[in-house]
Write a new protein. Structure first.
Length: 351
């Protein structure tokens, strides 16, 4: 869970279903984060919401709690959640599963890199919630396996990232097929002019909630590591990783090839390491992330596909082996550590 801020609000005080309150308590959700405290009441009141919140702010529960409550009270409610990455889709679905324990609500995950046949089977069960990436959602809609006209609620999460990944045309097409009378929730870490144009086209008289400006995590110590050559770079990285305090490390490389190469180099030096990037199948990526989550490996090398929506507890260090392309990418990389009020460290190699 994200870090707690000072508030008198409690989850048990929200006007939500008793079973949902029990499930929140089981997950040790007691005091809402700032985005949750401000967004949940507005969403419960049926408002469209434009939420600007940085990574780790707790926005997943901010939209899941009121949407689940809505579906529990009215079986005709169906919710589509559109996200940029497969990892984020699986993470949201995992949270959904915990919050809907002992209810009749079902979900389906619709993402690329996974079996379309199995996804079609899960859609045939008629789930009230679908979490998916734009490309696969579009494919299944065109095949008539997904009927978007049934959905009267939609959540667009990490919109800025979806625009960066070139999903805007797919998103517009998906949105055009939803019910006209719907509740729309729109979450983004940044509000560029492009994001604002999209927000204005999709939302109806939205309540705008901005909990904080995007900035490096307050619990993260940040520094640079100066190197003169690439050969010196790998040696300095190795020396850092051998220090006891580097317990659980996420290393970012710019390219897929570089990610694999660095993983092989570190493995040859005796480190417990693996890598993920966009060319690996979803099944392999999930297995690698689970190994990292369960401490089978303690070093994960990744491209920026892992910078969004990857919530791994207790990452002690983020290392930018290759510099990020822009400031927003840096923010999201650094946001993988220093979570749940713990201290984190971020190092950036600079030649």
């Amino acid at each position: 869970m994200p870090s707690i801020y000072e508030t008198n609000q409690k989850f048990e005080n929200f006007n939500i279903n008793g079973r949902l309150k029990v499930n929140l308590s089981r997950q040790e959700y007691t005091t809402p984060t700032k985005i949750q405290s401000q967004a949940i009441p507005e969403i419960l009141n049926g408002k469209d919401v434009l939420g600007l919140a940085s990574t780790g702010s707790g926005k997943t529960a901010a939209f899941l709690v009121p949407m689940i409550n809505k579906a529990m009270r009215d079986p005709s409610q169906k919710c589509l959640i559109i996200v940029p990455t497969r990892e984020l889709a699986n993470q949201i679905d995992g949270e959904f599963y915990k919050l809907t324990f002992h209810t009749n609500l079902q979900s389906a995950v619709v993402i690329g890199g996974a079996s379309m046949y199995r996804q079609i089977q899960s859609l045939q069960r008629g789930p009230q919630f679908i979490v998916g990436t734009p490309g696969r959602l579009k494919d299944l809609s065109e095949r008539k396996n997904l009927r978007l006209g049934q959905f009267n609620n939609v959540v667009l999460d990490e919109v800025d990232r979806m625009l960066d990944m070139g999903f805007i045309h797919d998103i517009r097409e998906l949105m055009s097929q939803l019910q006209g009378e719907r509740q729309t929730l729109f979450f983004s870490a940044t509000m560029s002019p492009r994001v604002e144009v999209i927000a204005n086209s999709f939302l109806c008289s939205p309540v705008r909630i901005q909990v904080e400006k995007q900035s490096p995590a307050k619990n993260v110590d940040q520094d640079i590591v100066k190197v003169r050559t690439n050969s010196e770079k790998i040696e300095k990285l190795q020396n850092l990783l051998r220090q006891d305090e580097f317990e659980k490390v996420l290393i970012f490389s710019r390219t897929k090839r570089g990610t694999d190469h660095l993983s092989v180099q570190l493995n040859a030096r005796g480190f417990k390491v693996d890598a993920i990037h966009g060319n690996k199948s979803q099944n392999i990526r999930t297995k690698v992330i689970n190994k990292f989550r369960n401490n089978v490996i303690n070093i994960l090398v990744a491209t920026d596909v892992a910078a969004r929506g990857l919530d791994i507890p207790a990452i002690t260090h983020v290392i930018n082996y290759d510099e990020p392309a822009n400031y927003d990418d840096y923010i999201h990389r650094v946001g993988r550590t220093g979570r749940v009020g713990k201290k984190g460290f971020a190092l950036t190699f600079v030649i």
